[in-house]
Design a protein around this ligand. Structure first.
Ligand code: DC
Length: 200
């Protein structure tokens, strides 16, 4: 049976970098549960689409620029849209369907805010990453080529919203292993996480 792994945590804690590397090491598929919110955010920002109509458009439109999707303004808007219950309801159905599809074919590593708590609570392994907020901002600033000061305030705001929203807030999922990545390199975190994974 294929293994499912969830990695949750605030922005900049290293979830996606770890998720991509872990999926590769396990010869599995990486699935970003935030991608749907980012694609929705980009549609809303660039085309002024009504959120109510656009969840289904997101599925049809695969032409977004990967670099644009990574921008902090998109992440910020994604966090705003992700706080809307109706949006989450539709996103959840799509995420579960896609994860089921991938899991039939390979191991799946997914990252997000509610991957282990709401989307896939039955995951074989659950992890929750934390890190000092300044280090998170430094990592994000480096990735996006921005100044730390500019990233820090926005990141704090986004994390506060993700933690305090009513629907599926960022929480440590039941049974998750919590890892503080502040003082560890990408490879150290990968090795540590991999040591917990049991591959049948
Ligand atoms: O992981 P990310 O930076 O791509 O996520 C962008 C935003 O999407 C994040 O600030 C909140 C939202 N999100 C969410 O609410 N639930 C998820 N499982 C993943 C992302």
């Amino acid at each position: 049976m294929n293994v499912s792994v969830t990695i949750d945590g605030a922005s900049g804690t290293g979830k996606s970098v770890l998720g991509v590397a872990l999926a590769e090491k396990m010869q599995g598929t990486f699935y970003s549960t935030g991608a749907i919110y980012r694609r929705l955010a980009l549609l809303a920002l660039e085309r002024g689409c009504d959120v109510a109509d656009s969840v289904s458009q997101v599925l049809m439109n695969n032409e977004e620029d990967a670099l644009l999707l990574k921008e902090e303004r998109v992440g910020h808007k994604a966090s705003e849209l992700a706080a809307i219950a109706e949006v989450r309801e539709q996103a959840l159905m799509i995420q579960r369907k896609e994860i089921t599809h991938f899991l039939e074919r390979s191991h799946v590593v997914m990252d997000g805010r509610d991957a282990g708590s709401v989307i896939w609570p039955q995951a074989t392994h659950k992890f929750f990453l934390t890190a000092d907020v300044l280090v998170c901002a430094q990592r994000r600033a480096e990735e996006l080529g921005l100044r730390v000061e500019d990233v820090l305030a926005k990141m704090k705001l986004r994390d506060k919203r993700d933690r305090e929203r009513e629907v599926a807030p960022l929480v440590v999922p039941d049974g998750a292993i919590v890892l503080d990545t502040t003082l560890h390199s990408k490879n150290e975190v990968l090795d540590q996480v991999y040591s917990f994974i049991y591959l049948p």
